[in-house]
Write a protein that binds this ligand. Structure first.
Ligand code: UD1
Length: 364
């Protein structure tokens, strides 16, 4: 059974890697890695392939950046041409990026069976491009693999048939567990001259936070204020770095904030593991911090990952209450996380079992 695994943007590689390894061990499966090229910088793509033990992608669509329509349509055209040449028996898309949506649409139109890993997450905010990608992908996928119970509930509410939904857990935790030894020995903080549990890690890249100059300036001021109490390290996404430079806000950043280029997975998780706190607008980082019991201050007004708030260390903040939240962390008044069901490093195994069951009823 030839199974396309679609990866395009940075967070996809962490989700595809554990599944790639698990499928490679299944005698009936032939996983084929397809890279759409949504992310193309070495620091956003290549370094993850090599570090997570992924092979050179069998197919590279090399679509690159563009507006949503240009990027999504470019991936669709390229992936449809690929499927016309070498039709897979099954395609797996992960997460909620434009590559996820584009390849899902191609599969639906060409009647290629489709599985969505990380299905069912909803922020309820349709101004986020990712929410549209999630809604459409889940409406057309054949198998929906959810990370947590809220995912099942969201899908059922939207009318998805119960037999298409399977709760498999959080694949990001598989990736962490596969790299745990490397992460625990990396000691990245020391390289940056930071003492464990004394610093914060910042990641920001959502258009709603970084695209508008006034909003970004207010955020830089808020970070500068935090850095007077807690030194920060800020590996900046290319989108964020471009905006900081073009708005000349990079010159305003306080010296207690260490700016770096995007980091590889092991270095980044090493920094997060030893951090006092994390300030972010990323989806995956909300989950990783909950797993590691590190306080997570999410600069967004909503999240598609509510279990990280109800069961974990995550809290939604804005610039007006960020400093007070940091103060609660430094004075040891932050909540701790509980263990979440199926966040156990065995999600890829459950997806392989699900695919094997699907195969036994659909493939002669
Ligand atoms: C995309 C995803 C977002 C995810 C994020 C993780 C969508 C709609 N958004 O956002 O959900 O959280 O990836 O990083 O799919 N750029 C480079 N080099 C690269 C990639 C991007 O310089 O390798 C720059 C380009 O200027 C590009 C911009 O970053 O236009 C934005 O990239 P894009 O892929 O459009 O969206 P992200 O903001 O990365």
């Amino acid at each position: 059974m030839i199974i396309h695994l679609i990866a395009g943007a940075r967070p996809n590689f962490m989700k595809v890697a554990p599944l790639w390894h698990a499928l490679s061990r299944a005698p009936w499966a032939q996983p084929v890695l397809v890279h759409t090229g949504q992310h193309y910088d070495e620091t956003m793509s290549g370094v993850f392939l090599s570090q997570l033990g992924l092979p050179t992608p069998r197919h590279s669509l090399e679509v690159g950046s563009g507006s949503h329509a240009v990027q999504t349509a470019g991936i669709m055209v390229a992936y449809e041409q690929l499927c016309a040449r070498v039709r897979p028996d099954f395609t797996v898309v992960v997460g909620d990026v434009n590559s996820t949506l584009a390849c899902a649409l191609v599969c639906a139109k060409r009647l290629i069976p489709l599985g969505h890993l990380e299905a069912g997450l909803r922020s309820g905010d349709r101004s986020m491009p990712e929410e549209i990608n999630r809604l459409v992908t889940d409406a057309i996928a054949d198998l929906l693999w959810t990370p947590s119970e809220d995912g099942d509930r969201n899908l059922l509410r939207e009318g998805v048939a119960a037999e298409r939904i399977e709760r498999v857990g959080n694949i990001m935790i598989d990736c962490f567990e596969l790299q745990r030894n490397a992460i625990e020995t990396a000691r990245k903080a020391l390289e940056f001259g930071l003492k464990p549990r004394s610093y914060g890690v910042v990641t920001l890249h959502r258009p709603s936070n970084v695209d508008d100059r006034a909003q970004l300036e207010v955020l830089v001021q808020a970070m500068n204020k935090v850095s007077r109490h807690v030194p920060l390290i800020f590996p900046a996404h290319p989108r964020t770095m471009n905006r900081l430079k073009s708005h000349k806000l990079d010159e305003m950043i306080a010296p207690a904030i260490t700016m770096t280029t995007p980091l590889d997975y092991v270095s980044f998780m090493s920094l997060v593991s030893d951090a006092l706190l994390v300030i972010t607008d990323s989806g995956g980082v909300q989950e990783e911090t909950t797993y590691l019991d590190i306080p997570c201050l999410t600069l967004r007004s909503n999240t598609e990952r509510p279990v990280t708030i109800t069961e974990g260390t995550n809290e939604l903040v804005d610039v007006s209450n960020l400093s007070a939240a940091v103060e609660r962390v430094t004075s040891n008044r932050w909540k701790h996380s509980r263990r979440l069901q199926f966040w156990d490093g065995r999600t890829a195994e459950r997806v392989v079992a699900s695919l094997s069951r699907w195969r036994s009823t659909h493939v002669r």
